[in-house]
Design a protein around this ligand. Structure first.
Ligand SMILES: Nc1ncnc2c1ncn2[C@@H]1O[C@H](COP(=O)(O)OP(=O)(O)OP(=O)(O)O)[C@@H](O)[C@H]1O
Length: 238
């Protein structure tokens, strides 16, 4: 079953350039999909359309089988943005509770506090976010998403700035989520992470899907995801 279905989605910020042009792909339940592409290729615009942060201009998006702007669709998905903006006046515990209440989810604070401990922030769960470093804020965002257990989590560059230990822990948690039938759409320039984790890769360029293929096949054919992208960038097809 597809948890996320994107069909013929196009979006223009102005009438001249299409930031996203006729994009279609799916994210199956229990899978991790890597969304990659050069700067400005349309990844964030696409994700913002999925979560109705930009109003759909053409095409169709369904989350968990529901139209993307239906309340049930919102209950199926969660979006972690690329920025690290968090309410400074809350503690991490209050932030996790606030996020959960927005989604109508009962969160297990024991589990969240345990994740904080494993993310090397044992003492921070009851501290004000205003004192957190960039990496700590990203880890706080990750923990809040992990404990929500949404069927679909879309992660836009959220892993940037977290240290290696936290990255490995996040990867293990993503794999656990996949094993439990949940899905992750991971938008990142970190190809090593995707080679370890991703089941499929969607490569965008100039707002269009260039590849939508199993990650293993792309690595086998090109040697690595980075080589695949360079092969494409240097090809005449571009
Ligand atoms: N608010 C905006 N107004 C006008 N054009 C925009 C706006 N946001 C993005 N764009 C344009 O839309 C295109 C796609 O940008 P988008 O941010 O979706 O790319 P991206 O793949 O997420 O890039 P990056 O990897 O740098 O984050 C680019 O040409 C960009 O200049």
């Amino acid at each position: 079953m597809a948890l996320l279905e994107i069909e013929s989605l196009s979006y223009s910020y102005d009438s001249v350039v299409k930031a996203v042009a006729d994009v279609s792909f799916e994210v199956e339940a229990g899978s991790i999909v890597g969304l990659i592409g050069p700067n400005g290729s349309g990844k964030s615009t696409l994700i913002k359309n999925v979560f109705d942060l930009l109003r759909l201009q053409s095409g169709r998006v369904r989350i968990g089988g529901y139209r993307h702007d239906h309340p049930h669709a919102r209950a199926h998905g969660m979006y972690l943005s690329s920025n690290d903006y968090l309410p400074e006046f809350l503690t991490a515990r209050e932030y996790v509770a606030m996020t959960a209440s927005l989604y109508g989810v009962a969160v297990d604070h024991e589990e969240a506090a345990d994740l904080f401990r494993r993310f090397a922030m044992a003492e921070r769960y009851d501290h004000l976010i205003e004192d957190f470093s960039h990496g700590m804020r990203k880890k706080t965002q990750l923990v809040s998403a992990l404990v929500m257990r949404r069927p679909l989590t879309v992660i836009d560059e959220t892993l940037n700035g977290i240290d290696l230990e936290a990255l490995r822990l996040a990867e293990a948690e993503f794999e656990r989520a996949r094993d439990a039938g949940r899905s992750i759409l991971l938008c990142t320039h970190d190809f090593a992470v995707l080679e370890r984790l991703a089941d499929r890769i969607v490569l965008l360029d100039f707002g269009q899907v260039i590849y939508d293929a199993p990650a293993g096949d792309l690595v086998e054919e090109h040697g690595s995801l980075a080589a695949m992208v360079f092969d494409y960038l240097e090809s005449e097809a571009r």
